[in-house]
Design a protein around this ligand. Structure first.
Ligand SMILES: Nc1ncnc2c1ncn2[C@@H]1O[C@H](COP(=O)(O)OP(=O)(O)O)[C@@H](O)[C@H]1O
Ligand SMILES: [Mg+2]
Length: 183
């Protein structure tokens, strides 16, 4: 027989653990050196799974590639990260056969060119990091982690993480746990 009192206390318990909406979907970091930016990347990289999408938005020199170096290191890449130059996408490998894709859309000239990128088959096979994600327009799936990097001073960068979707809320929780030992 349902017990109204029990249901009420269950929902009170849930509410008492709930965090403010802003905190649940956002995380902010202030980095004071390239090494610190890499270390934040290492934390996130260790949590990445096939299908994850990480969008890195920010001007030239904001630290997108530096952060990606940390991501690849934390993920366990056997390969060195470099800016994709003549090709748009780099693929990094891991000892277990896993793949990590690094797409730099800076040189994309047109939407038709972007449409030739087969994001779906990359995502079926690995996580995907995208520099200059706005150039891909609506090709970016609605669920992703959006990271805004901003140049504040010569060695200072502000990094704002925005989770879009449940998986990315989980990733933010994972970063909080690994950096701060929980909430
Ligand atoms: N706190 C910091 N985080 C990241 N990069 C930094 C920082 N401070 C200085 N830098 C420098 O800024 C440059 C960032 O370059 P890069 O990562 O290639 O940027 P992007 O890919 O956004 O164009 C590098 O030369 C790096 O050494
Ligand atoms: Mg770059």
């Amino acid at each position: 027989m349902p017990h109204p009192q029990g249901a009420a206390s269950l929902s009170t318990g849930y509410n008492s653990r709930a965090m403010p909406i802003l905190d649940a979907h956002m995380l902010e970091f202030f980095s004071r050196s390239p090494e610190q930016t890499r270390r934040i990347g290492v934390r996130l990289g260790g949590l990445l799974k096939a299908g994850d999408i990480i969008c890195l938005e920010g001007n030239l020199g904001a630290g997108k590639t530096t952060f990606t170096q940390g991501l690849a290191q934390g993920w366990g890449s056997l390969d060195t990260v470099s800016s994709p130059t003549f090709i748009l996408v780099n693929m990094y490998r891991r000892a277990d056969g896993g793949h990590l894709y690094h797409l730099d859309a800076y040189r994309l000239d047109s939407v038709p060119e972007a449409e030739e990128l087969d994001l779906d088959s990359m995502l079926a096979d690995g996580a995907l990091i995208i520099e200059w994600p706005k150039r891909l327009g609506n090709l970016i799936p609605g669920e992703h982690l959006w990271i805004q990097l901003e140049h504040m001073a010569e060695e200072h960068r502000q990094m704002n993480f925005h989770a879009h979707g449940k998986r990315y809320d989980e990733l933010l929780d994972g970063i909080r746990q690994s950096m701060f030992g929980g909430v």
